[in-house]
Design a protein around this ligand. Structure first.
Ligand code: FEC
Length: 302
C-alpha cells in the first residue's frame, strides 16, 4: 500500500478532495497544489512509477527468495486508483485466501499506517480474505544500512568540509499534534531510526525536524524543517546541512518540492549549503527489508 498520486494535472482536484475526506479544496488551495506539481512533474507524477517499480521488485524478490511459495503483489493506494479497497477486491477475485499487507512507509502512526490497515482489514473481512499486517519496520537492519550509506554518501558531497561540521537533519511528514495525546509511537519510532543511522555512520551533529505540515487550522508537530534551517543559520550552528528524509521511501512531491525547491530556497536565502540524501526507491536493501517483514508476518499469521 502506498499514498497514491494524481494521474494527471486534471486529476489533482479529485485527488485533493479525497485527501480532504470529500471536501473540495478552495480555488486558492487547488492553485497552490497544482503549482507545486507543475514545478516538479514535467508531465509525469513520479510517485506512481516509483510505487509500480517497488511493487514489482518486491514480488520478484519474494518469489526468488522463497521458491516454495508463490507470491503475487497487489497495489492499494490511499488516495488514488487502484484504491486500497480495489486492491483487496482484486485479490479476492483472483481467489487469494491469505494475504499480508505492508505500507511503503516504515513508521507507524494511527493516522498514517493505521489508516491504511483499517481500510484493508475492513474490506478483507467483508470479502473473506485472511489478511494480516506489517505495522512498522523502522529499525530493520537493511533499512538502517541503506539509509546510513546514503547519509555517508551525502556527507561526502561537501568537499573539503569535515563531516562533523555538517548538520544532519532527519525528517518525516508532520502530523497533527493531537497524536501525542493518543501515545502514538510515530515520533519515538522516527527518533529510533535517526539514532540508529547516526550511530551507524558515527555522527553526533544531528537533529530531527518535521516537514510538509498541512494548513488545517490545528497545530502540527514541529519544529518544521524551514524553522530548523532558520535556527541553524541564526545560531551559526553550521554552514552545511544534509537532510535525510527517513519517513519517505521514494521520490515524490514532498521530496522534490518541499525539500528540493522550498527548503533549498530557504537555505540559499539563509546562506546555508543544503544537500539531501538519495531516496530509497528500488534499492535492493529496501526491497529486501520489505520482503523480510512480509515473510516474517506470513509466518506469524500461519
Ligand atoms: O507525490 C505525490 O503525489 C504525493 C506525495 C505525498 C506523500 C504523502 C505522504 C504522507 N502524507 C501524510 C499525512 C498527510 C496529512 C495530510 C496530508 C495532505 C497531503 C496533501 C498532499 C499530500 N499530502 Fe500527505 N503525502 C503526499 C501529498 N498528508 C498533496 C494535500 C495538500 C497539502 O497539505 O500539501 C492532511 C490531510 C487533511 O487535510 O486532513 C495528515 C503522511 C505521509 C507519510 C506516510 C505515507 O506515505 O502514507 C503521514 C508521499
Amino acid at each position: 500500500m502506498s499514498y497514491g498520486t494524481p494521474e494527471s494535472i486534471e486529476g489533482i482536484e479529485a485527488y485533493y478532495t479525497h485527501i480532504r475526506r470529500g471536501h473540495s479544496p478552495t480555488p486558492e488551495q487547488l492553485h497552490d497544489l497544482t503549482s507545486r506539481y507543475e514545478a516538479i512533474v514535467g508531465g509525469v507524477f513520479p510517485l506512481r512509477e516509483n510505487t509500480d517499480k517497488q511493487v514489482k521488485a518486491l514480488e520478484a524478490m519474494l518469489n526468488e527468495k522463497h521458491p516454495d511459495t508463490t507470491f503475487v503483489c497487489y497495489q492499494g493506494l490511499k488516495h488514488a486508483s487502484p484504491y486500497i479497497e480495489d486492491g483487496v477486491e482484486s485479490m479476492a477475485r483472483d481467489g487469494i485466501e491469505q494475504a499480508v499487507g505492508v505500507v511503503l512507509a516504515p513508521h507507524y502512526s494511527v493516522m498514517s499506517v493505521g489508516g491504511y490497515v483499517k481500510r484493508a482489514k475492513d474490506k478483507a473481512e467483508a470479502l473473506g480474505v485472511q489478511m494480516s499486517f506489517v505495522r512498522s519496520y523502522h529499525l530493520h537492519p537493511k533499512l538502517i544500512e541503506a539509509l546510513s550509506v546514503r547519509v555517508a554518501e551525502g556527507l561526502g558531497k561537501f568537499e573539503g568540509v569535515d563531516k562533523d561540521r555538517v548538520k544532519v537533519i532527519f525528517t518525516a511528514h508532520s502530523l497533527p499534534e493531537k497524536i501525542l495525546e493518543m501515545n502514538d509511537p510515530y515520533p519515538e519510532q522516527l527518533l529510533e531510526t535517526s539514532k540508529a543511522i547516526a550511530s551507524e555512520v558515527g555522527i553526533t551533529n544531528w537533529q530531527f525536524g518535521w516537514q510538509s505540515a498541512g494548513q488545517t487550522g490545528v497545530p502540527w508537530l514541529g519544529p518544521d524543517i524551514l524553522d530548523v534551517l532558520q535556527t541553524i543559520a541564526e545560531e551559526k550552528q553550521a554552514e552545511q546541512v544534509l537532510i535525510c528524509p527517513i519517513g519517505f521511501v521514494s521520490d515524490h512531491l514532498e521530496i522534490l518540492y518541499d525539500l528540493d525547491i522550498e527548503a533549498q530556497k530557504t537555505a540559499k536565502e539563509l546562506g546555508l549549503q543544503l544537500a539531501r540524501t538519495r531516496s530509497l526507491n528500488t534499492d535492493p536493501l529496501y526491497i529486501e527489508t520489505l520482503g523480510d517483514v512480509v515473510y516474517a508476518e506470513l509466518g506469524n499469521s500461519k
